[in-house]
Design a protein around this ligand. Structure first.
Ligand code: KG4
Ligand code: ZN
Length: 362
């Protein structure tokens, strides 16, 4: 079949040659991400976001995100190819987010990836978005050691994963209710901040006193340690912050926004870091990877750095642009899967909005 660049391209065999060039497509939420990775080297990563189109609704509207992906897909792909200095015909394998995420947005990416893989006659890998949030770090800090602990914190997930050989995942725990980013976005709405509230609370928190209010730390009591040592819960904290703010409002008192933001952020960062480090110690793991959109949070970054240094854990956190959704993370995971000779996804694989975190490939 003719390649999309107009040249006839035979299927390539990678044996004994430079590492294969993997194209990664990400469309699980509101970012259209295209990444190009060769081995563990990122050639280019282009992202188009529809976040501004959702702001006035206070949350992501899947239909708007799907349409935006459709419009952004080809221009973003063209930009990534030209910036990376490669042709579509040079791509050796295609990877795409198969889940978890929003069904409509995921479907746009998977349909585009299937069309590309078919037209180019290349293998296609439907990969797990959440595992991509951890594996993207290999592009920045090099290959993972044999076993790492990964804390993936985003708008939809807060999960602790034990990862062996980069692609073999055991889920140790997850949030029982809201994800860390989701909690920030809800508290942002409560405080009257624009959507998504996470980055706004982070900014406010830097000017506040993290000890001004002692908010609850969910699932940290001794009684929770047995059943929920590696699980999180943020809904009690969310309610506590709402009650505290309402009590001030009812009393006609001003809300010390920066102090509330700092104290709330400190509670989330405290729980995430304490439980994660305890899990590293319980499993004898010396390397911690933190990823996902919420790992942009400065209190989490600072607290994780200080606490990991105290106990001798090697902390790896990618730069912020690789923490939020992007195509590089999908290309990185695709490249890891290709390097391990895992079989491509079946041609009729579908999107999986609740793809289990232990499943790397569709
Ligand atoms: O991973 P991501 O880009 O999308 C999902 O897969 O969910 O994560 C987005 C989430 C949002 O909830 C956003 O508010 C939060 O990450 N976030 C932050 C910060 N930057 C992004 N939360 C707190 N502090 C930040 N600096
Ligand atoms: Zn994400």
């Amino acid at each position: 079949m003719e390649g999309l660049s107009g040249e006839g391209i035979p299927a390539t065999s990678y044996a004994g040659r430079v590492a294969p060039l993997v194209l990664g497509l990400e469309t699980s939420c509101d970012e259209t991400g295209i990444g190009l990775v060769r081995g563990e080297e990122l050639l280019f990563d282009a992202v188009a976001s529809s976040v501004d189109e959702h702001a006035r609704f206070g949350g992501i509207i899947p239909e708007i995100a799907s349409r935006a992906h459709l419009e952004a897909m080809v221009p973003t792909l063209d930009r990534a190819l030209s910036e990376a200095g490669v042709r579509l015909a040079d791509v050796d394998a295609v990877a795409v987010t198969a889940g978890p995420g929003l069904v409509g947005p995921l479907t746009v990416g998977v349909a585009a990836a299937k069309a590309l893989a078919l037209a180019l006659d290349r293998p296609l890998y439907g990969v797990n978005h959440i595992i991509g949030h951890a594996v993207v770090d290999t592009l920045v800090h090099g290959p993972f050691p044999e076993r790492v602990m990964a804390l993936v914190v985003s708008g939809g997930h807060s999960s602790l994963l034990l990862i062996d050989d980069t692609v073999d995942v055991t889920e140790l725990g997850s949030t029982l209710d809201d994800a860390a980013g989701e909690t920030f976005d809800k508290i942002g709405r409560l405080l009257g901040l624009p959507y998504p509230g996470g980055p706004h609370i982070d900014r406010l928190a830097r000017e506040g006193d993290p000890e001004a209010v002692r908010f609850p730390r969910g699932l940290t009591a001794a009684k929770d340690q047995a059943a929920h040592a590696a699980d999180f819960s943020f809904s009690g904290l969310k309610t506590a912050v709402a009650r505290w703010v309402e009590a001030r409002q009812d009393a006609g008192e001003p809300i010390p926004l920066a102090d509330v933001a700092a104290s709330f952020s400190a509670a989330v960062a405290d729980v995430l870091t304490a439980k994660t480090i305890a899990a590293c110690q319980a499993h004898g793991v010396g390397t911690l990877v933190v990823g996902g959109g919420f790992s942009a949070n400065s209190q989490l970054r600072d607290m994780a750095a200080a606490r990991c240094a105290d106990v001798g854990i090697d902390l790896r956190v990618p730069p912020i642009r690789y923490c939020t959704d992007n195509g590089a993370m999908i290309a990185a995971l695709g490249a890891a899967v290709v390097a391990r000779d895992l079989p491509p996804s079946p041609p009729d694989f579908g999107v999986d909005s609740t793809m289990p975190l232990t499943q790397v490939l569709a």
